[in-house]
Design a protein around this ligand. Structure first.
Ligand code: SAH
Length: 345
């Protein structure tokens, strides 16, 4: 049996072209997409401003699918991990993080990951496949639909499973739907962040094609350490990466976020903090320090609280904005770098 195509994989242009091919009015695409994203509609039957014939034709050709929620876990601190089962039986995770005024949703861009970062649990299972545009958007659409207070969901970070820039096209198309206020989910691009391990050739493309925020996972201040932690550094070493960042087109008042996972005895010395301050000098930067989140068999440790503070203070003295990300959801393995998509039930 051939599976019907999920209509959410279509862009507005492609849907309009499809309608035209059927001898129908292309502007219907706008109506259809508004039903799907603004009204969270699940069936073509409910699209009452479309003719009966068109609704039938759409039902015959397309599905409006949702991701199956294989498991939902809520942490003591209020964050919530969603494990989704995809059409082909693979799994990905998304994490909803309550903040003071809003929710931030951390979504995945791939099943597994090919980057092989030594400290990251997602890396352990290797790369499985890219998520489609529809699967990326569906994490947001379905979780918004699951919330009583969906209005509070304002921020999205692509910091879940996978390397967003290694799935560039689908991520860009997904961002278009997430930010489209007419026929999409209407998020502000200021509130969306793409985080990358540093796929340098894609940075220029991203800067040209979108105005979302950029976060770079730097994680070390010398090439030897960074290459050990993040194999991608052998291809695009620190200087190359930071040159690309210095040239990245930033909107006024925007900065690039540099993420730095603090690992005891590996990258957490005073010298590291000082080198980091020097390296970022030419860039409009802010810094997120993420104390390492341990998991079974990881082989790394989180530094003592005092050395985390020392590291931070050095950067603050050098006039950087520094946020320490004490990750939420540790009791449900939903913290940074703990997502595995493993499903054994
Ligand atoms: N591939 C992208 C996005 C996913 S990782 C990237 O590399 O940016 C999101 C962030 O989690 C990265 O900054 C990464 O360095 C961090 N991270 C991975 N494993 C971690 C762990 N065990 N503890 C703390 N942070 C981790």
């Amino acid at each position: 049996m051939k599976l019907a195509l999920d209509i959410k994989e279509f862009t507005e242009d492609r849907l309009a072209a499809w309608l035209k091919d059927q001898g129908l009015e292309p502007y219907r695409a706008v109506q259809i997409l508004r039903w799907i994203y603004l009204h969270q509609t699940d069936t073509f039957e409910e699209m009452t401003d479309l003719g009966k014939e068109l609704r039938k034709l759409l039902s015959n050709h397309f599905t409006i699918s949702r991701l199956a929620k294989a498991k939902i876990e809520t942490s003591q601190d209020g964050s919530r991990k969603y494990l989704f089962r995809l059409e082909d039986g693979k799994h990905v995770e998304s994490v909803l993080i309550p903040e003071k005024e809003h929710y931030t949703l951390c979504i995945s861009s791939q099943v597994g990951c090919a980057q092989g970062c030594r400290f990251c649990l997602t890396a352990k299972g290797g790369f499985v496949r890219n998520l489609s545009k529809g699967e990326i958007v569906a994490q947001v659409r379905d979780i918004a639909n699951h919330l009583d207070d969906a209005k509070r969901l304002t921020n999205i970070v692509l910091m879940g499973m996978g390397e967003p820039l290694a799935n560039y096209r689908n991520v860009i198309e997904a961002v278009k739907t997430l930010t489209d206020s007419d026929t999409g989910l209407g998020f502000s691009s200021r509130k969306i962040t793409i985080s990358t391990a540093g796929l340098v050739p894609r940075l220029a493309d991203l800067g040209r094609e979108s105005t979302v925020n950029l976060a770079i996972s730097l994680n070390a201040t010398d090439n030897e350490t960074r290459s050990m932690l993040m194999p991608i550094n052998r291809k695009y070493p620190i200087e190359t990466l930071l040159d690309a960042c210095a040239e990245y087109p930033l909107l006024p008042r925007r900065r690039i976020t540099f993420e730095y996972v603090l690992i005891k005895g590996v990258n957490d010395s005073r010298q590291d903090a000082e080198r980091l301050a020097g390296l970022l000098r030419p860039i409009r930067a802010k810094i997120n320090l993420i104390p390492f989140n341990a998991y079974e068999g990881c082989g790394f440790e989180r530094p003592q609280e005092a050395s985390i503070q020392t590291f931070r203070n050095i950067l603050v003295q050098k006039n950087y904005t520094v946020i320490i990300r004490h990750s939420k959801g540790q009791d449900i393995s939903a913290a940074c770098g703990q997502l595995s998509g493993q499903y054994d039930a």
